[in-house]
Write a protein that binds this ligand. Structure first.
Ligand code: HEC
Length: 401
């Protein structure tokens, strides 16, 4: 596809995905809050069947929401369902995955230094994780483990970490992150589609038929809602992770993902308890400490001590760097990139003249020397010796090692 068309398709799809995600998560956080904030009514207050209520003020109006213990005696004329936010978030997210990653597998999914897959193999791995992951998750949730939610949660966490680890051995680091996020996002949307909404429908149908509500279905839905609640923040991290190469570019990127997943879920746990009025103040500092701990431990160690420009190594000339940039960077970082996936130089970074290269020295040190995420997916096989030349030149330009 024409890269320019691709860019605009990507823009529109991402924008839509983002808006739908905001709507879904906003509604879901609101209902979790509502459920947590409902306070019991005094005996005799409220309509029959009402268990509690909550008052709020927003946008200049007062709202009184009542929660029923079971079903109301009579179904209201209009009953609102919340599902399209979830479905459209998934559909647009899946479209993005196909558009950016699967249809550009060579650029976005394959890193020959990790594994020299063929395009279709990388896509098969990606699809296997997104769809196969749901089969495993759903199977575990339907198994007798559903009666032991903590053990189930621990197993699911181990499974997610296992997938992240496995993907880190086959796909490019960024694709590995994105596919873990896509897998978990699929669990969440499929929970709504296959379990939560059908359960609610069964409840309404039972009411209309004058039968008791199907409690088993309600319980299954509650378990899936609980999972969605805790999975939201980890998935949101994956969605923004592309901007942070020090996470997915790390040699143990899967472990960083696992720990940040714990940070996200832990923070959510604190919010849940706060909303229920249970003071669990210890959680927040622990979560923050873990976050800082991850940041400290993940700090890139930088180039090997031999590089960095001290000692006897000969200085690296700008002419030599121009040669290296010509061989390893200009396919993409040029006014008219030759690399098929890009219509414009990524991030607007041009490296065509010595001045442009010098001006980017700081960023080059970050991306090429410290994080080693450029050349993108090391598509053109830059050698460690060449990287070392970049390291020495950066040290000359910027000082320090
Ligand atoms: C195959 C294409 C490709 C090649 C080759 C390539 N890059 Fe990049 N580069 C990218 C992409 C894509 C991004 C944006 C990544 C992102 O979205 O974070 C990028 C981002 C960067 C950035 C970060 C810019 C910013 O503002 O965040 C720097 C610096 C960089 N590249 C330097 C280099 C250098 C130096 C080389 C050669 C050694 C190189 N790149 C080779 C595709 C490439």
């Amino acid at each position: 596809m024409d890269p320019y068309v691709l860019e605009w398709l990507g823009l529109v799809t991402r924008w839509f995905h983002f808006v739908m995600g905001v709507a879904w998560i906003g509604a879901s956080f609101y209902f979790v809050w509502l459920n947590n904030a409902v306070r019991p009514l005094a005996a005799g207050d409220g309509a029959p069947g009402v268990a509690g209520e909550v008052w709020s003020v927003h946008g200049g109006a007062f709202y009184q929401v009542q929660k029923y213990a079971g079903a109301p005696e009579k179904l209201p004329a209009v009953l609102h369902w919340f599902k399209w936010e979830a479905y459209l978030t998934w559909l647009s997210g899946f479209a993005l995955l196909v558009l950016i990653f699967w249809s550009n597998a060579k650029a976005y999914m394959i890193d020959p230094a990790v594994r020299d897959l063929l395009g279709w193999q990388a896509v098969a791995v990606g699809a296997g994780v997104v769809f196969g992951g749901w089969v495993v998750y759903d199977g575990l949730c339907r198994s007798p483990l559903r009666e032991r939610p903590r053990l189930l949660a621990a197993l699911l966490f181990a499974f997610g970490v296992g997938v992240a680890f496995g993907l880190s051995k086959v796909l490019s680091p960024r694709a590995a992150y994105v596919h873990v996020g896509a897998m978990v996002g699929t669990w969440m949307a499929a929970n709504v589609f296959f379990v939560i909404i059908p359960g609610q429908r069964a409840m309404v149908d039972a009411m209309i038929a004058g039968q008791p509500p199907p409690l088993e279905r309600g319980k299954a839905g509650a378990l899936r809602s609980l999972h969605n609640n805790y999975l939201t923040l980890p998935v949101l991290f994956v969605m923004i992770s592309g901007h942070f190469p020090s996470t997915w570019g790390h040699p143990h990127a899967w472990a960083i993902l696992a720990l940040l997943g714990v940070v996200g879920a832990g923070y959510r746990h604190w919010v849940n308890l706060e909303e229920r009025g249970k003071a669990a103040h210890w959680i927040l500092p622990v979560v923050l400490l873990l976050l800082v701990g991850v940041a400290v431990v993940a700090k890139p160690r930088g180039p090997a001590p031999a590089s960095g420009g001290e000692g006897g190594a000969a200085p690296v000339s700008i002419t030599r760097i121009q040669q290296l940039v010509g061989a390893h960077c200009l396919q993409c970082h040029a006014t008219q990139p030759l690399y098929p996936a890009f219509a414009t130089p990524p991030k607007g970074l041009l490296l065509e003249t010595p001045d442009q290269i010098r001006a980017a020295a700081q960023a080059i040190r970050q991306q090429v020397v410290i994080l080693q995420v450029m050349p993108f997916g090391n598509q053109n096989g830059m050698t460690p010796e060449e990287r070392d030349e970049f390291a020495r030149w950066c040290a000359q330009e910027l000082g320090g090692g």
